[in-house]
Design a protein. Structure first.
Length: 220
């Protein structure tokens, strides 16, 4: 069964994409990572999440599209939907997410700095390197979706997904962001201004490292 990747750098809108696929197209999806939503059944139901079996395999509904979330670098030529988000907002969100996770696990001495997030000193590397790996502007069988368009140009995004997956739009309704945030507040957070959470020096560092990608995707 040939899967379709739902690929993105962490905190770029993958959960929102999966929510759209389930609520608007009736398509459930899985994740490359077992217990990806930590057993949050409420959120799993909204997202249409398929959890791994006990033997670490994934069973998709009969006649469904096998859609799988990944944050890994590109390793094959399978069809893919690649979600991109302004990397500065992504880094702020990932900084909050990863440090909250470390605190919850009791690893108070392992907190990571914003600078290290920007420099890619973590599992998923630098924002620009992830984008370069997937090369969504040139990679075959790849639909590029901007997080910002999912928020601001929803109908256009629905149409592009429908055409790419060759699936009919069943609904254009989604649970509100606040509803999703209330389910946990970790995977989906209430809207915030990322510019208030990052210093001028950190923005300058990010812009220097990622200048080519920022320009290519109109995030200058």
């Amino acid at each position: 069964m040939k899967i379709t990747w739902l690929a993105s750098y962490p905190r770029s809108g993958n959960t929102l994409l999966r929510t759209i696929l389930f609520n608007c197209f009736g398509l459930k999806s899985a994740s490359l990572y077992p217990q990806d939503l930590k057993g949050n059944k409420y959120l799993e139901n909204i997202v249409g999440h398929i959890e791994h079996n006990k033997n670490n395999t994934i069973s998709f509904p009969e006649d469904s599209l096998p859609l799988v979330k990944t944050h890994e670098l590109n390793k094959d030529d399978k069809p893919s939907i690649y979600v991109i988000r302004d990397g500065r907002a992504t880094c702020v969100s990932y900084f909050n997410y990863i440090n909250r996770s470390l605190i919850e696990e009791g690893h108070y001495d392992k907190k990571i700095s914003m600078r290290d997030i920007i420099l890619g000193k973590h599992r998923f590397g630098k924002w620009c390197d992830h984008i370069s790996s997937w090369d969504p502007l040139n990679r075959k069988n790849t639909l590029l979706i901007k997080y910002e368009d999912m928020v601001e140009n929803f109908d256009i995004v629905l149409s592009s997904i429908s055409n790419f997956l060759e699936k009919e739009i069943l609904s254009n309704k989604l649970p509100s962001r606040d509803t999703l945030a209330k389910s946990d507040g970790k995977w989906v957070r209430k809207k915030s201004n990322w510019e208030e959470k990052i210093s001028k020096e950190e923005i300058e560092l990010f812009n220097e490292i990622n200048c080519s990608a920022l320009k290519a995707f109109n995030y200058e």
